[in-house]
Ligand binder design. Structure first.
Ligand SMILES: [Cu+2]
Length: 375
């Protein structure tokens, strides 16, 4: 049906691409760098445009001279090549001009880079830690600390439900900051290399285990800014988005109070005794958010990589060992220490759930106090 020469195939592919391009809205795929919403991101954009136009001018000039020379001095017109060697004038010219162009580019580039890296005199600091596959935020001045996990339901990911507007770009606990404050981010990782990237801020920063990188931003407009992990960090790399919400100082203060209230309530809840139904309901949702990425929603795991919880020797065996793995993880494996990630209530519930779901029927209940004791 089709001519199978390489050029015909290439032409076909090119045609298909053009068709695709024509069929999709241009606004969704802007060709240029985005401007972002901060002073720095605009500086980065301006720098990018400046360098771009310098390149355009250089390109036009060089090709103009080249094409003109080839055309006017071609052999068929009887052009005689010059036969001089080592023209000092030419050498000086072709060294000086590029040198000046490079200096003209280096000055604004360095200025922008220095401004981008200057985290001094910040008003507040947030430590950002990458985990497989979620982010943790510690507000160093406020004693607030939480994990931020993807909330897109598995059904949407597996395609059995239509995808929502913020598909794979939504989390349970967004990182909240006040506007008109210089915020310093200290970025690191707990396991592998991740990268914290919110395009509207104009930068991304690697999160490297054992290192602390810093970066800063100052937002002027309240709003929601979304981003994602930008370093290939394993199986669920595409499933650890970032949601940054900028609020007015007043709203931010209210949010801080709310967070402190929630922390107190969690401490309170850790002393309660829950019923089996309560534990199972809470456990199911905690399992789907925190464990299903590896052990799978049906508890079957992925053979050879993530052990099955259904009928598993730990989940149906020694309860103390199960709690220990939940709290302390298995060092050196992808099984993290959830003791510091989940509240005592959630961890008690998730372990109860694992022992009584997927056909496991130990009938065991784990209470928050058991978790606190194991920590
Ligand atoms: Cu990552």
């Amino acid at each position: 049906m089709f001519a199978k020469t390489p050029s015909a195939i290439l032409a076909g592919l090119w045609g298909a691409l053009l068709l695709l391009g024509a069929g999709t809205a241009h606004a969704e795929y802007p060709l240029n760098l985005m401007k972002g919403v901060t002073e720095i991101s605009n500086k980065v954009y301006d720098l990018h445009m400046l360098i771009f136009w310098i390149c355009v001018v250089a390109c036009v000039l060089v090709f103009a001279v080249l094409i003109y020379s080839i055309f006017t001095h071609r052999k068929s017109k009887g052009a005689e090549p010059a036969d001089f060697h080592e023209s000092t004038t030419v050498e000086i010219i072709w060294t000086t001009i590029p040198f000046l162009v490079l200096v003209a580019m280096a000055v604004p580039a360095t200025t922008t880079l220095l401004a981008l890296e200057d985290t001094r005199d910040s008003d507040m600091s947030i430590q950002v830690t990458g985990y497989q596959w979620k982010w943790k935020y510690d507000y160093l001045d406020e004693d607030i600390s939480f994990f931020s996990v993807l909330t897109t339901p598995r059904e949407q990911i597996e395609g059995t439900e239509p995808k929502s507007e913020n598909y794979l770009m939504e989390v349970d606990n967004p990182v909240v900051v006040p506007i008109n404050k210089k915020i310093r981010f200290l970025i690191t990782s707990n396991d592998v290399i991740h990268s914290w990237w919110v395009p509207d801020l104009g930068w991304k920063q690697d999160a490297v285990p054992g290192f602390i990188n810093d970066a800063w931003t100052e937002l002027t407009e309240p709003g929601t800014y979304r981003g994602k992990c930008a370093e290939l960090c394993g199986k669920d790399h595409g499933f650890m988005p970032i949601v940054l919400i900028a609020k007015t100082q007043e709203d931010y203060d209210a949010w801080v109070d709310e967070q402190k209230g929630a922390a107190a309530a969690a401490a309170d809840a850790a002393t309660q005794t829950l019923t089996m139904d309560e534990l199972m309901a809470r456990g199911e949702s905690a399992y789907n958010t925190n464990c299903a990425a590896c052990h799978q929603a049906n508890g079957q795991g992925i053979p050879g990589v993530f052990p099955a919880i259904a009928g598993g020797p730990i989940a149906t065996g020694d309860i103390a060992k199960h709690i220990d793995i939940g709290v302390n993880g298995v060092p050196g494996t992808a099984m993290q220490a959830f003791g510091e990630q989940l509240s005592a209530v959630d961890l008690a519930a998730v372990i109860t759930y694992q022992r009584n779901a997927f056909g496991n029927d130990t009938g065991d209940m784990v209470q928050p106090a058991d978790i606190t004791a194991a920590k």
